[in-house]
Design a protein around this ligand. Structure first.
Ligand SMILES: [Zn+2]
Length: 457
């Protein structure tokens, strides 16, 4: 019988969210910088967390955030500058050499490309096979709930000439973990992220594949710029020496046992044992180290080489139609980042497109003003039902929750508890407002922005 109990989310202390509250003195949740600053080149703020080791996320450790230098330029923009200085011909030759050393001609797979079949994983697999003559296997950790176009793009990937292993986790366990991560971390995407990160090395070990290729380096989006120096992903993100320090949905495995879960329920989420990973001599590379990555370019590449299609409608919270479009829960993922860090999906999309020269900073700012933080209405009822743990389907596990049913009110209350007072205040109409918006604090003129634009690359 489950011993844990999850109470209905508590009401917040509204005194912390007064407009005139001095946010420099106020507390910042998640260890975020107390003073909000925006990059002068793109549109990201210094509140953007870097990638963490998700299976160690307890929700208690302070987040490392994107670095803004003295002159107000973020690490991701610095990476863009670093990329301009790289000799890409040399890098291409390095990749050819790496492929030549590892190519197999006996029918076995010689590399593994994990991904959803979105534009980046599509291009990675396609280049390796058709430009470099490799024989890749592709693998996918299924989304919570596929969008129609996400499913069609996944099929288009396979039909462009690839074998694929689609791993779909136990729906009941995944639903429960998703509810738990929403409660504990306000992070509904967490179980998916954990599964998706840990899957590839285990498949590589199983199929005796020595090389794994991921697409772009996460430093392109704000992880420390020093990461760009390495062609390889750090093994701490997908391997672990023991199960003692592993957390899922913010709970230790021992705690999950108290929820009525067993090792059979969580085994598939666990990272590969570091000893197994090392003994198999698997190498995990970024293709973005060798190929100059341009996200919009990856989109065009995918449409030119397959039936890959953008979504027929813009994604909630942004203007974009081709970025991360396969999971219906994704809308809520970005809505929760907006609440926790003040950074919604339009900000993520626009910062990346400003850096790539696809849009100007001014355009990015107006798109953020228009779309950032929009409540994702389109599949809200379906997602809330997904997050509900009814007795009929879950039996005694349902009793963990004071209120097993999840609805808009429940979501808003969890959201209120996740809002840091240094980011949010309640206005006179009792509506949530960000204390700092890029469109209020824009200190660059249109002329300066135009001058800064270096063109598409
Ligand atoms: Zn920047």
């Amino acid at each position: 019988m489950p011993k844990f109990h999850i109470s209905y989310p508590k009401e917040i202390n509204k005194n912390l969210y007064k407009k005139d509250f001095d946010n420099e003195l106020g507390s910042a949740f998640y260890g975020l910088p107390k003073k909000v600053k925006f990059c002068r080149k793109c549109v990201i703020s210094n509140q953007r967390p870097c990638t963490t080791i998700e299976f160690k996320n307890t929700g208690r450790s302070p987040k490392q955030t994107i670095d803004l230098s003295e002159d107000g330029i973020c690490d991701a923009c610095r990476v863009r500058e670093i990329k301009d200085d790289i000799n890409w011909k040399d890098r291409e030759q390095e990749l050819r050499d790496l492929c030549d050393q590892n190519r197999r001609n006996d029918g076995r797979y010689d590399c593994l490309v994990p991904g959803s079949g979105g534009k980046d994983s599509f291009m990675t697999a396609h280049l390796l096979k058709y430009k470099y003559g490799m024989n890749p296997l592709t693998c996918t950790w299924a989304p919570h709930i596929y969008t129609d176009w996400g499913w069609r793009n996944h099929q288009a990937w396979i039909h462009a000439g690839f074998d694929n292993i689609l791993f779909t986790p136990n729906g009941k366990v995944h639903r429960l973990l998703t509810r738990l991560s929403t409660e504990k971390l306000f992070y509904p995407f967490q179980p998916f992220i954990v599964g998706q990160k840990t899957l590839a090395p285990k498949i590589a070990a199983q199929y005796d594949i020595d090389l794994i290729f991921y697409g772009e380096n996460q430093a392109e989006y704000g992880n420390p710029k020093g990461d760009m120096k390495s062609s390889k992903m750090q093994s701490q993100f997908f391997s672990s020496a023991g199960e003692d320090e592993i957390y899922l949905s913010g709970y230790s495995l021992a705690e999950l046992r108290e929820f009525g879960l067993t090792p059979a329920d969580w085994k598939q989420y666990l990272p590969i044992d570091s000893k197994v990973f090392e003994s198999k001599k698997i190498q995990y590379y970024y293709l973005g180290y060798y190929e100059k990555w341009h996200p919009q370019g990856a989109y065009y590449y995918s449409t030119e080489n397959s039936n890959f299609k953008a979504a027929p409608e813009r994604t909630a919270g942004t203007y974009n139609t081709y970025n991360s479009i396969d999971d219906r829960v994704d809308d809520f993922h970005y809505h929760t980042t907006y609440i926790k860090f003040g950074i919604g999906r339009a900000t993520y999309d626009a910062s990346q497109e400003v850096r790539s020269g696809d849009i100007t900073r001014e355009e990015g700012i107006s798109l953020i003003k228009k779309y950032d933080g929009e409540f994702p209405e389109r599949w809200a009822d379906e997602i809330f039902e997904y997050l509900s743990i009814p007795y009929k389907e879950f039996k005694e596990i349902s009793n963990i929750f004071e209120e097993p049913n999840f609805d808009r009110k429940y979501y808003e209350l969890l959201a209120a508890n996740a809002r840091s007072p240094h980011l949010w205040f309640l206005d006179e109409d009792n509506k949530w407002q960000l204390r700092n918006n890029i469109y209020d604090s824009n200190d660059l003129t249109q002329e300066e922005t135009a001058q800064n634009w270096e063109g598409n690359f």
